[in-house]
Design a protein around this ligand. Structure first.
Ligand SMILES: *[C@@H]1O[C@H](CO)[C@@H](O)[C@H](O)[C@H]1NC(C)=O
Ligand SMILES: *[C@@H]1O[C@H](CO)[C@@H](O)[C@H](O)[C@H]1NC(C)=O
Ligand SMILES: *[C@@H]1O[C@H](CO)[C@@H](O)[C@H](O)[C@H]1NC(C)=O
Length: 448
């Protein structure tokens, strides 16, 4: 009798489960539409390249630069912006170059509160230690999981049916939509059931067994006055600078911020800053002077200079010299350049001084010195302990006298605009002309 009851219950459960799965499949397109609707921004359109990346053939021998003939013009192969420093890039086909580089590049940056020894004045040899709390920027170097935070840019679109000048994100000149995968913990209660449902829903909508639900938050590109009242200007530390930046942490709902910290593996307090449009970090060292450029060059949250550039052939060449690369090829995107070029021999960019595309001249200020950040695989967020940094040090160290043993790859640039408020377009497929070549000597930020 007992056995009969059991098998009856078992059959019933099976039928119920099958019915549930069948209905979920029927609802699959509904879930898909729901997800699509949740990920659109009223009155705006997605900015950037939708479709195949212009770097999808980056490993092709066509781009190794070895059959280079000077008759083939150097071309812009792909363009990338990184609206949130160290998070995923947004690929674009064209955009405006302004004083700080590409318009939406490195406008936001995460920071953590760190307790450190206060810096001593020069010549202060006292043993007593003073401790201070500083907001310090974070990057993939110390938080590799940042590479898995997805970023999309949405800009106002008057031709959109949902457009209205009063729409929330139209008023802020668009928004940056960030998302990260987050699966809540399972438990045997109603919340657990909700979790299971949302998991199943995501997997079915995306028709991918590995798909995880994502948490999303939005950041204003140019917050209107009302929105700005919620923010404060604060001092944060980025490399050696302590610029003031706008604290926009309040744009992230508190529980989302807590989950983001968990996702990133950051235990210190976490904050999000926006570059202050009134107050650029000024760029000196190898940058052109005010006399040369006509204005003081500046950046948002870029490490040092407004734009970075690199030949695809250079990355292919480096890739060939690495023996224990954890991936089949070295993805050029590990180096997070803004502009990737093709139709030049490997390392041709090493001695460029002035280049031109369209109506704009670029001051090629210096070579890019490399840390171990490119050891992070952009696809997985996993940081390799050695490569490519180890090989880069052997093959690309001692190239630049100023940089010494620090490896260099790619170049840093400052756009030479008509004036500080000027802008010029840059476009994929456009020619890049070398106007002037010469010697480079890297001026370090930290003397060692
Ligand atoms: C480069 O040139 C070599 C020798 O001429 C040829 O064998 C090879 O196929 C060429 N590669 C490409 C990508 O054109
Ligand atoms: C930034 O804003 C958040 C939320 O409004 C606040 O908790 C925090 O103390 C502020 N300051 C910094 C430096 O994060
Ligand atoms: C770049 O990618 C876009 C979208 O896939 C494509 O339309 C365009 O032709 C590509 N441009 C070049 C120069 O390859």
């Amino acid at each position: 009798m007992d056995a009969l009851l059991h098998s009856g219950a078992f059959a019933l459960t099976t039928i119920l489960l099958a019915a549930l799965i069948a209905s979920l499949f029927i609802f699959s397109s509904h879930f898909q539409r729901q997800l699509d609707a949740e990920s659109t921004v009223p009155g705006c359109r997605r900015f950037g390249l939708v479709g195949k990346s212009n770097m999808s053939d980056q490993y092709s021998p066509e781009h190794n630069g070895e059959n280079f003939t000077s008759s083939a013009a150097c071309k812009i192969k792909a363009l990338f912006i990184y609206p949130i420093k160290s998070c995923k890039p947004v690929e674009i086909e064209h955009d405006d170059v302004i004083l700080t580089g590409l318009r939406y590049d490195r406008q936001f940056c995460f920071a953590q509160l760190k307790t450190e020894e206060a810096e001593k004045d020069e010549g202060d040899l006292s043993v007593s230690t003073k401790w201070v709390h500083n907001w310090k920027f974070i990057t993939q170097r110390n938080v590799p999981r940042l590479s898995q935070v997805d970023v999309k840019v949405w800009v106002p679109d008057p031709s959109s049916p949902s457009y209205s000048p009063e729409a929330e994100w139209v008023k802020s000149k668009g928004c940056v939509v960030c998302s990260f995968a987050f699966t809540p913990e399972w438990s045997w209660n109603l919340d657990g059931l909700k979790t299971a449902f949302s998991l199943l829903k995501t997997k079915i909508a995306q028709r991918d067994i590995r798909a995880e639900p994502r948490l999303t938050f939005k950041l204003p590109i140019a917050p209107d006055e009302k929105r700005s009242q919620n923010y404060n200007r604060e001092v944060m530390k980025i490399w050696k600078c302590s610029p003031t930046a706008i604290n926009i942490t309040s744009e992230i709902p508190t529980d989302t911020l807590a989950k983001l910290k968990y996702f990133l593996g950051v235990s210190n307090p976490l904050a999000l800053f926006m570059a202050d449009p009134e107050n650029h970090r000024q760029v000196f060292r190898n940058a052109p002077t005010v006399e040369e450029a006509g204005y003081q060059p500046g950046v948002g949250f870029a490490d040092a200079y407004p734009l970075s550039i690199m030949g695809v052939a250079s990355v292919q060449k480096v890739s060939k010299t690495i023996k224990n690369l954890p991936t089949p090829h070295l993805d050029a995107l590990r180096f997070r350049a803004n502009i990737y070029l093709t139709n030049i021999p490997p390392f041709a960019e090493d001695d460029w001084k002035i280049i031109r595309s369209g109506n704009l001249d670029y001051h090629v200020s210096c070579r890019t010195t490399r840390c171990d950040l490119p050891n992070v695989d952009p696809a997985t967020g996993i940081k390799d302990r050695a490569e490519p940094y180890k090989t880069l040090k052997q093959t690309r160290g001692n190239i630049d006298k100023g940089a010494g043993a620090h490896p260099v790859l790619g170049m840093q640039m400052v756009p030479l605009l008509k004036d500080a408020k000027g802008s010029e377009e840059i476009r994929v497929g456009a020619e890049m002309k070398v106007v002037k070549t010469g010697e480079h000597y890297y001026i370090k930020l930290f003397q060692d």
